[in-house]
Design a protein around this ligand. Structure first.
Ligand code: NDP
Length: 462
């Protein structure tokens, strides 16, 4: 049966775009029950794309957006492993191969108890548009498992990674699908996963990104997402005639993205006063200097401790079970997880003088919070543009692996800066100027969509 949207879509018929967006979303909701995160992500994109395609029959007749919102493939599998007490553990894992119109599937792996099909489908859908924005040849995918690495020994993490890759390896390859890290998957996990892939396939090839530099990893890859978020903020502020210098910055999270975001903000003259983890946030009004940041990187990266230890070490406040958005500051960088800025948080941010937000985490802002921020004139650059630096350098890692060559740190960083500048220009090209400044959400959605859509059209109905 034709979809409600398609059934009504004669190219020449002008429909009320809200009704059409709702019809499209009802159809997606019916096909994907119990998947709120996925529906939230599709909703946010459809709100811009359905009106954009209203006078573009080539996209509407080929039902491009509907096809993008239906993953090419969902692989779900069981992962069994033994813990240090010799007890059998069972986890559920997935790889969502969303769209490979412009290149092999590409996107991270997440190990976190909250992982389910809805979360990974939202991430894979977003990843498709994000990868398109980088201008590199990468399709969209995402994967992971409901495994919690917290409190697990290195040996347990290794056995889990080996069991996970034993199944995943048959579905991936350098020209098929190239996973990377995400929440709970850093350099340690990528190393174990790569080792198991190599053992199973007897091939040393660029099947994962985020590898260690001694076995094919790109320099700057660990830093790339956090640095890229700050480069995007820099571009956005420069466009509005402002700069990062001297501004108070609120950062959430204390993992990979958050810590390198702080490092780059410090180097560009920002003053970062918050960090968080799932237990609460710290507020250090004196600023999280490079020296204090080194403490956090060791605490979270090596010792796998909790952020309240920072407060004890440096004598500042720790607020349990709360998020940093109640602290006054001009620039906000949510870098922990999805939906970590709600409508009340948005109101607090506005009250505290927030002028701009760049999303380091994926979909950290709820739809109501997005509306509240935009109405208050806060410049907001969405994750698919702001955090694309990570996957962009993953793409550069793939290029270096194919070339069997390694670029220097400066070369990779220069390419990253160019890519982030180019993403800003694409967003500015498609985003309308509103009262509060450029609409980066619309710009990112449309720019990301057009490239994938044109490739899908060229490749016929498949
Ligand atoms: P990490 O695992 O390194 O760090 C995640 C941080 O977020 C930790 O501080 C963690 O706290 C906190 N966190 C995780 N879940 C929750 C939760 N439910 N509530 C509160 N805090 C939480 O992950 P990354 O830094 O790699 O990823 C952070 C975000 O950035 C994610 O949205 C990810 O998808 C996105 N991203 C990451 C990229 C990358 O290259 N790594 C690329 C693009 C996007 P705790 O220590 O207590 O778990």
């Amino acid at each position: 049966m034709a979809s409600p949207a398609a059934a009504q879509n004669s190219p020449s018929t002008a429909l009320d775009s809200n009704a059409e967006v709702n019809a499209f979303l009802n159809q997606v909701a019916t096909r994907n029950p119990g998947e709120p995160e996925f529906l939230q992500a599709v909703h946010e994109v459809a709100t811009d794309i359905v009106p954009f395609t209203a006078d573009k029959p080539q996209y509407r007749d080929a039902r491009i957006l509907e096809r993008m919102a239906e993953p090419d493939r969902i692989i779900s599998f069981r992962v069994c492993w033994t813990d240090d007490n010799n007890e059998v553990q069972i986890n559920r894992a997935y790889r969502i191969q969303n769209n490979n119109a412009i290149g092999p599937y590409k996107g991270g792996l997440r190990f976190h108890p909250s992982v389910n099909q809805s979360v990974l489908k939202f991430l894979a859908f977003e990843q498709t548009l994000k990868n398109s924005l980088t201008s590199l040849p990468m399709g969209g995918g995402k994967g992971g498992a409901d495994f919690d690495p917290k409190g697990r020994s290195d040996a347990e993490v290794m056995r889990f990674c080996q069991a996970f890759m034993t199944e995943l390896s048959r579905h991936i390859g350098p020209n098929i699908d190239v996973p990377a890290g995400d929440i709970g998957v850093g350099g340690r996990e990528i190393g174990y996963l790569f080792g198991q892939y190599k053992r199973l396939n007897t091939r040393f090839e660029g099947v994962l990104t985020g590898k260690g530099p001694s076995f094919g990893g790109s320099l700057i890859r660990p830093e790339a997402t956090g640095y890229g978020v700050v480069y995007m903020m820099h571009n956005m502020l420069a466009h509005a005639g402002q700069s990062i210098e001297g501004k108070t910055c609120l950062v959430s999270g204390s993992g990979n993205v958050a810590t390198f975001c702080v490092e780059k903000l410090n180097s560009m003259g920002g003053k970062v006063v918050t960090l968080s983890d799932s237990s609460g946030f710290i507020h250090d009004p004196d600023g999280i200097t490079d020296e204090k940041l080194a403490y956090v990187m060791d605490l979270k990266g090596n010792r796998r401790g909790r952020i309240d230890e920072y407060a004890k070490a440096f004598g500042c406040d720790f607020v349990a079970n709360a998020r940093p958005w109640i602290v006054p500051g001009q620039l906000a960088f949510p870098c922990a997880t999805q939906n970590e800025v709600n409508e009340k948080d948005a109101a607090d941010l506005v009250k505290g003088g927030c002028q701009a937000m760049a999303e380091g985490a994926n979909m950290p802002t709820t739809p109501a919070a997005v509306t509240a921020l935009q109405e208050a004139g806060v410049l907001l650059v969405p994750a698919k543009a702001a955090n694309a630096g990570g996957v962009a350098v993953s793409g550069l890692e793939m290029s270096q692996n194919s070339l069997r060559y390694a670029w220097t740190r400066d070369e990779v960083d220069a390419r990253l800066q160019t890519i982030m500048r180019d993403i800003h220009e694409q967003c500015a090209g498609y985003g309308e100027q509103t009262g509060g400044g450029l609409d980066y959400l619309k710009g990112a959605n449309i720019a990301g969509f057009v490239k994938v859509a044109d490739a899908m059209l060229a490749q016929g109905v498949n």
